[in-house]
Ligand binder design. Structure first.
Ligand SMILES: C=CC1=C(C)c2cc3[nH]c(cc4nc(cc5[nH]c(cc1n2)c(C)c5CCC(=O)O)C(CCC(=O)O)=C4C)c(C)c3C=C
Ligand SMILES: [Fe+2]
Ligand SMILES: [Fe+2]
Length: 336
């Protein structure tokens, strides 16, 4: 049957899309690109909850004049031939999951800040015929500054669509048995490759302002629960810390850097550190933990330090994503 004159083409029916979303990263490791990225990121009111009239002059007048050069230097130390680790790994995860939810059902990836944007990738999926889309912010622990803002951005894009796809969002998976099992296997595999037995294993999560916990954000509880379950699965104690403090407010404690500096004085000379809250290695793990964390620990009298990688696109990490995404697609798509 042909369409009446002037009728727009009807998208091919019934595809089910999965859009992996991560935080975002500069397009290049130089101060100009980092400034553009930080301006967008740090203007998000879900991230910095200070009224814009007060915050924007501080951001534009101080932070964006000083931080981009320092951060660009940090990015240069971890940049890969295929770009920023966060973007390259998220793309690899998306590629590895292609076809996992049924032939013809697309898996794609987007970033909350910068490119590829959530709006672009959602529009592309929609015009390729996806009438049902799972938005999957890849944050195991729910946080308004990460999960909620990714979903906000997706719904902002939907607000401009006449014919919206049906939408689901991926719930937090901080206590999902498949996630804990994948972390356990990954940590054990990484530990088995070390040429030393660590005195302590640290689990470092990205920090948040303490105030967000008091306001009811479940992030802190989710991190603690992940750490407890992982510790039980490993059958050994984990030292839980929070990293990447930003600004002057009080952040969640104990801080990763202060803990690394204090442990050797308490007789802990060999340490392994894992970052279970990051689904992909990025600046915060590869530079802040693996480079600067090592310097801090060894400089304080530690003798051995190991950074254990994130799940990334390892086979265990991809199997875990396939499981939790399939569950979120229940009734929509059967696993391939
Ligand atoms: C995993 C969860 C994350 C939470 C929670 C989070 C909160 C948060 N972050 C900042 C400030 C910065 N974070 C930066 C980088 C960064 N943060 C996360 C994840 C979480 N952030 C990731 C994955 C990354 C890495 C990006 C990359 O390109 O590799 C940065 C930028 C780098 C820098 O200049 O140091 C800032 C700034 C705040 C303020 C915040 C919560 C309030
Ligand atoms: Fe961050
Ligand atoms: Fe950092």
């Amino acid at each position: 049957m042909s369409l009446p004159d002037g009728h727009p083409p009807i998208p091919a029916p019934d595809r089910i899309g999965v859009l992996l979303v991560n935080l975002g990263t500069p397009s290049a490791p130089d101060a100009t690109s980092v400034r553009r990225y930080l301006a967008e990121f740090l203007s998000d009111r879900r991230v910095v909850e200070i009224p814009p009239l007060i915050w924007q002059p501080i951001l534009r007048g101080i932070i964006l004049r000083t931080r981009p050069k320092k951060s660009a230097h940090a990015y240069q130390q971890v940049w890969r031939p295929d770009g920023s680790p966060l973007a390259a790994i998220t793309k690899a995860q998306s590629d590895a999951l292609q076809g996992a939810f049924g032939a013809g059902n697309p898996v794609d990836w987007a970033m909350r800040y910068g490119t590829p944007s959530i709006a672009d990738r959602l529009a592309a999926m929609r015009s390729d015929g996806a009438q049902r889309i799972l938005i999957a912010p890849l944050y195991p622990q729910y946080c308004a500054a990460t999960t909620a803002t990714a979903n906000d951005k997706a719904f902002e894009a939907l607000a401009g669509m006449r014919w919206q796809p049906a939408i689901r969002t991926l719930p937090p998976y901080h206590d999902h048995p498949a996630y804990i099992a994948a972390l356990k296997a990954s940590v054990e595999e990484s530990l088995s490759r070390l040429d030393f037995e660590p005195d302590a294993i640290m689990a470092s999560f990205h920090g948040m302002p303490q105030r967000t916990l008091e306001l009811g954000d479940p992030y802190h509880c989710h991190c603690r629960k992940t750490a407890r379950l992982l510790s039980e699965a490993l059958g050994r104690e984990l030292t839980v810390t929070f990293q990447s403090r930003f600004g002057r407010a009080k952040w969640l404690e104990p801080a990763t850097d202060a803990t690394l500096a204090a442990l050797p004085g308490k007789g802990v000379k060999k340490v392994a550190i894992v970052a279970p809250g990051f689904s992909a290695d990025c600046l915060e793990t590869l530079e802040e933990l693996a480079i600067r964390g090592r310097e801090t620990f060894l400089g304080a009298g530690g003798s051995q330090f190991a950074y254990l990688p994130c799940l990334n696109d390892s086979s265990g990490g991809i199997d875990m994503l396939r499981t939790i995404l399939s569950e979120a697609l229940a009734g929509w798509a059967q696993p391939a």
